[in-house]
Design a protein. Structure first.
Length: 139
């Protein structure tokens, strides 16, 4: 899927708001980046294109967080209701960080590295504004 949009974080976030999980791919060497990059760090090419990511991968790492940022506190997370932040090794190759949902956040010992995951788009409304963030859940 080729788009005319610049390869900026703002455009990447705009796709997320549209519930599209996009990356950039080097047309010269095939390297894929999520979030997007304007320049391929593998071959230094600027010959990039937008690609739709499959949204599938495996859990590479995670942490259970009990003292969060003001945003996560506003979402209702605290010492009694932790959230998980994770690193996902995508099927296409790159790794991406995102919130992990659909697991027992308060029982991190039950969460297994290597668990197959799929993308989900997390909508949060705070003070009348809706925000869409990248998340992953067990497949």
């Amino acid at each position: 899927m080729s788009e005319e949009k610049d390869f900026t974080i703002e455009n990447y976030l705009q796709y997320l708001r549209e519930k599209k999980f996009m990356g950039s791919k080097c047309k010269d060497c095939g390297e894929i980046y999520v979030p997007v990059r304007k320049i391929c760090t593998k071959c230094n090419s600027v010959n990039m294109e937008w690609v739709t990511m499959s949204g599938k991968g495996k859990l590479a790492a995670f942490t259970s967080i009990t003292v969060g940022t003001p945003f996560f506190v506003a979402k209702g997370y605290d010492r009694n209701n932790p959230y998980c932040f994770s690193v996902i090794h995508l099927d296409e190759g790159p790794m991406v960080s995102a919130q992990l949902v659909g697991v027992e956040e308060s029982k991190p010992e039950q969460i297994e590295i290597g668990t197959p995951l799929e993308v989900t788009f997390l909508e949060t409304e705070i003070k009348g504004d809706t925000r869409v963030d990248l998340g992953f859940k067990p497949a």
